[in-house]
Design a protein around this ligand. Structure first.
Ligand code: NAD
Ligand code: UD1
Length: 339
């Protein structure tokens, strides 16, 4: 069976992907410095699957640590989640973001090249479609960024393109996630943001549980169905399964390639639609106030998910209701996250 190195595997999307990998009998090795996660997530992964993970509490900036991992294990492919991801914070400490995300990725690519491991799945984001394109986004649209976090994704995609063109033994899948939400059905793993959440679903969930008083809806005058922003929310387990499909494609194809895929449902939901779906799932009131738009927000963002369906045989199956129910199940079972 194949052995997969998962960078950032203790994080939100990484831990859900580890579950799906183990359930498909992959061997899983995780490297994570726990800067935005807890080791407890990996204990929970073990509890869900009954299988264990080899865990290295190390930084991907540590080339020696990476070299040792590649020396000690026969790794077939890498899924690269490790990175800092808060848009607002990236404008406050851009150098930290550039160093961690860009230098970290360069060091990982060097270690992979040295170890002759050329199969890579990379976590990109819908943020690479920038402000100029109109939804639904297709993978061939021009990329741009409006903040340092987004720029790290655009730049890493370019690093990967250049790396592939220099040596086409690289086999690379770039996955552009839309808005990952929800949690594993077991309620044992989920999103565990530090402090007050920036993103909609964890915020709504903390209002429902009574930790936060009320939701601020950023903007009620967008040209959308009810005036609030529209996004393509995708269940984190569907997203995790997209990584398995990407690995399967890499392993099965006779010619190497570099391809980008949108991982989204292809449907947009407004903020108020999310609030209503969450109300129903939790049977809790979700008080909200419509306030000014958040600077940098788009009115409407959703995927054309056709390429992933055609080439990976992947599509999202879970509904907004599932996403809200599973978020609520995780929230009520773990009111303080992993702490
Ligand atoms: P997360 O913060 O939960 O997971 C990232 C993990 O990487 C964390 O466990 C963190 O400790 C680890 N990490 C960060 N820097 C590291 C380093 N230098 N060395 C080792 N480990 C390091 O975030 P997530 O939501 O699971 O996101 C995973 C990836 O997906 C990220 O690259 C993120 O940019 C991307 N992404 C996330 C979203 C989203 O909404 N969650 C959307 C699009 C793209
Ligand atoms: C944000 C990031 C984006 C990142 C994505 C995935 C910004 C500007 N963008 O996208 O780069 O890839 O997360 O994690 O941060 N909303 C409210 N009230 C809130 C929070 C959000 O009304 O308290 C609204 C937003 O205006 C938006 C929608 O809810 O319309 C979703 O917001 P959010 O969950 O933060 O995701 P994005 O803005 O799509």
């Amino acid at each position: 069976m194949q052995t997969i190195l998962v960078t950032g595997g203790a994080g939100y999307i990484g831990s859900h992907t580890c579950v799906e990998l183990l359930e498909k009998n992959y061997e899983v090795i995780v490297i994570d410095n726990l800067i935005n996660s807890s080791k407890e997530s990996l204990n929970r992964v073990k509890k869900i699957t009954g299988k264990s993970i080899t865990f290295y509490e190390k930084d991907i900036l540590d080339k020696d640590a990476l070299d040792k991992i590649f020396n000690d294990h026969k790794i077939d492919a890498v899924i690269h989640f490790a990175g800092l991801k808060a848009v607002g914070e990236s404008t406050q400490i851009p150098l930290t973001y550039y160093h961690n995300n860009l230098t970290g990725t360069l060091i990982l690519l060097q270690a992979m090249q040295q170890a002759s491991v050329f199969n890579l799945v990379f976590s990109s984001s819908a943020t690479v479609y920038g402000e100029v394109n109109q939804a639904p986004y297709t993978e061939d649209m021009p990329l741009s960024a409006t903040n340092p976090y987004g720029l790290t994704k655009v730049m890493i995609e370019q690093f990967l393109q250049d790396t592939y063109e220099s040596h086409n033994y690289w086999n690379i899948s770039i996955l552009r996630y839309f808005n990952p939400v929800g949690a594993h059905k077991s309620g044992l793993i989920g999103e565990d943001p530090n402090g007050i959440p920036n993103n909609l679903m964890p915020y709504v969930s903390q209002v429902a549980v009574g930790k936060l008083k009320q939701l601020k809806v950023f903007g009620g005058d967008y040209p959308t169905i009810d005036g609030t922003g529209v996004r393509d929310y995708i269940h984190v387990t569907d997203l995790a399964l997209g990584h398995i499909k990407a690995l399967e494609k890499i392993a099965s194809q006779t010619q190497t390639s570099i391809e980008a895929y949108n991982l989204g449902t292809g449907n947009g939901s407004s903020v108020l639609e999310v609030v209503n779906a969450f109300k129903e799932a939790s049977s809790k009131d979700i008080p909200y106030d419509i306030v000014d738009r958040r600077p940098g927000d788009l009115a409407i963002a959703y995927a054309n998910a056709g390429k992933a369906k055609a080439q990976l045989g992947w599509e999202a199956n879970q509904t907004l209701k599932d996403m809200c129910q599973d978020t609520w199940n995780w929230q009520t079972n773990n009111p303080n996250g992993y702490r």
